[in-house]
Design a protein around this ligand. Structure first.
Ligand code: BJ8
Length: 423
C-alpha cells in the first residue's frame, strides 16, 4: 500500500497520534466486517476504501485541488450538494464517528455534548483526520445547539460558513430556505470563481439524483424476505457515500444492486430464515460507528433499514429535474431538502409517518430507536415514536448510547432480550 505519511505531513497532521488511529481501525473493521459470512462480492469496493480510508480519497481530493477545484466539507444532509457540484467543486462529509476523536473534542466543548459533535471538533483540532485538513471551507447549519456552537469554535481555526436552517416547515420557511440556498450559491461561486448556471445546476441535480436512485436500489433489495446484504454492509456503503465521488458512488451502488437482485432471485440470504428484521431509527451513524448494527447482527437480528441520515433520510425524495431556470431549480432543491424529517424541526410528525411507513415497506419485526447521548432532540422524540409504534403494534426499544464500547455488554443484554421477545 502507498505510504501516505508524506501526504499527511504536508496536511499538517499529528502523525504520531494519527498512527494510533490507523493501528486500531483495521482491527475494528476486521472484527466487525470481515468476520461476516457470505458477503456480496460487490462489497470488495467498500472494503478497499476502508483499507486506505485516510489515503485514497484524500489523495484524490488533493489532486483535484491542484488542478483548481475546491473542496467543501459538510456536516448535515440539509446542505445541498447540488449547488457545490454545479460550481465544479467537491463535497465531502465531515461528521466524526469515532471515539478516538472525542477526547480532543472535549478540550473545546463541554463533556455533555453529543459525541458526533465532539468527534468532529476533535478531528479538526487534534489534526488526526485528513478530510478536516483538506476542506477549503466548512459549511455548517443551524440545526442543533451543539452543532451551532461547535461551528463558532471551528470557525476560529478554519474558514466556516453557516446556513440558517428554518425550525419549521411552513411555506414561508421553505421560501426562506430557498433564499439561504441562493446565498450559499453566492458563497460557493466566490470560493470557486465559477458561476452556477441553470445548465450546470441542472446537470448537478441529475447527478445527485442518480446517486440517490442507486442507493435506493440497494435499499429496495433490503425490503425483500430474502435478505441479500447485512445491515452492517449497507451502513458502510451509506457512510462512504458521504465522501465518495457521486458518479462513482452511483456506479458502485448500481453494481451492488445488480448482485443483490440476483441474490434475491436465487434465494441467497446472508441470515438464516426467520431472523428478526430490525429497523434502526434515530441519530446518524458516521463512519466508523458500526456499534449498534454490530450488536444487533450478533444478537440474532438483521438490520434491514435505517431511518437515519446515514440511511433513508439521505436518499429518499428526488429533486424535481424538470425545472429549467435557476430560480425554479433552487426552489425545487429547497422543497426536496425541506422534506427531510430531522428532529431539529417542530412539529416533526413527518418522522413518525416515516418510521411507520418504513416499518411496513421493509417488513420489520421491531424498531430500535437509537440516539447519541446528549442529543436532546432525538431523545425527546423517542416518546412520540415509541407511542406511535405501540399504537401500530410494532415492538419498540429506545436506546441512548455513545461511541464508547463501555456499554456494549449492557446493550447486548437488552437487545438480545428484545429480539427474543419478538418470538
Ligand atoms: S438532518 S440528524 S445530519 S442535524 S449533532 S442533532 S445527533 S446533538 S446530527 Fe443531524 Fe442534519 Fe438532523 Fe441529520 Fe443530535 Fe448530535 Fe446534534 Fe446530531
Amino acid at each position: 500500500m502507498t505510504d501516505r505519511h508524506p501526504m499527511w505531513e504536508s496536511l499538517g497532521m499529528d502523525l504520531e497520534n494519527h498512527d494510533n488511529l490507523c493501528a486500531v481501525l483495521p482491527m475494528a473493521f476486521g472484527d466487525t466486517y470481515l468476520s461476516q459470512e457470505n458477503r456480496p462480492e460487490g462489497m470488495a469496493f467498500w472494503d478497499m476504501v476502508v483499507s486506505d480510508i485516510h489515503g485514497i480519497r484524500p489523495a484524490e481530493l488533493i489532486e483535484a485541488q491542484e488542478s483548481g477545484q475546491k473542496v467543501i466539507g459538510t456536516f448535515c444532509v440539509y446542505v445541498p450538494d447540488e449547488v457545490v457540484v454545479a460550481a465544479n467543486a467537491i463535497v465531502t462529509g465531515l461528521c466524526g464517528g469515532s471515539q478516538f476523536w472525542v477526547p480532543d473534542g472535549e478540550k473545546y466543548l463541554p463533556k455533555d455534548t453529543c459525541p458526533l459533535v465532539k468527534a468532529s471538533v476533535g478531528a479538526r483540532f487534534g489534526r488526526t483526520c485528513p478530510f478536516f485538513r483538506i476542506a477549503d471551507l466548512f459549511v455548517g447549519e443551524t440545526t442543533c445547539d451543539g452543532k451551532k456552537k461547535a461551528y463558532e469554535i471551528l470557525a476560529q481555526d478554519a474558514p466556516t460558513y453557516v446556513m440558517d436552517m428554518p425550525q419549521m416547515k411552513r411555506a414561508k420557511d421553505v421560501a426562506k430556505w430557498a433564499d439561504e440556498i441562493r446565498d450559499f450559491k453566492g458563497v460557493v461561486e466566490e470560493l470557486t470563481g465559477n458561476e452556477v448556471t441553470a445548465e450546470t445546476l441542472g446537470a448537478a441535480i441529475k447527478l445527485i439524483n442518480d446517486k440517490r436512485r442507486a442507493l435506493a436500489r440497494v435499499y429496495d433489495c433490503r425490503k425483500n424476505k430474502v435478505i441479500p446484504i447485512s445491515g452492517k454492509d449497507a451502513l458502510l456503503m451509506m457512510q462512504i457515500a458521504f465522501f465518495d465521488d457521486p458518479a462513482r458512488c452511483a456506479e458502485m451502488c448500481n453494481k451492488l444492486a445488480d448482485e443483490l437482485e440476483q441474490r434475491i432471485a436465487d434465494g441467497v440470504s446472508v441470515f438464516p430464515e426467520g431472523t428478526k428484521r430490525i429497523m434502526i431509527a434515530g441519530t446518524p451513524m458516521a463512519i466508523p460507528n458500526w456499534k449498534m448494527h454490530h450488536i444487533v447482527e450478533t444478537c440474532g437480528g438483521a438490520v434491514v433499514v435505517e431511518e437515519a441520515c446515514t440511511g433513508t433520510r439521505y436518499f429518499e425524495k428526488l429533486v424535481d429535474e424538470t425545472q429549467t431556470t435557476l430560480d425554479g431549480q433552487i426552489e425545487a432543491i429547497a422543497e426536496r431538502y425541506m422534506g427531510i424529517n430531522c428532529a431539529c424541526f417542530t412539529p416533526n410528525e413527518g418522522r413518525v409517518d416515516d418510521v411507520l411507513r418504513l416499518a411496513k415497506e421493509y417488513q420489520v419485526d421491531g424498531v430500535i430507536d437509537v440516539n447519541l447521548k446528549f442529543c436532546g432532540l432525538y431523545n425527546t422524540e423517542k416518546r412520540t415514536i415509541g407511542a406511535a409504534c405501540e399504537e401500530a403494534g410494532i415492538p419498540y426499544l429506545g436506546i441512548e448510547t455513545d461511541y464508547d464500547d463501555a456499554d456494549a455488554g449492557q446493550l447486548r443484554t437488552r437487545i438480545e432480550a428484545f429480539i427474543e421477545m419478538l418470538g
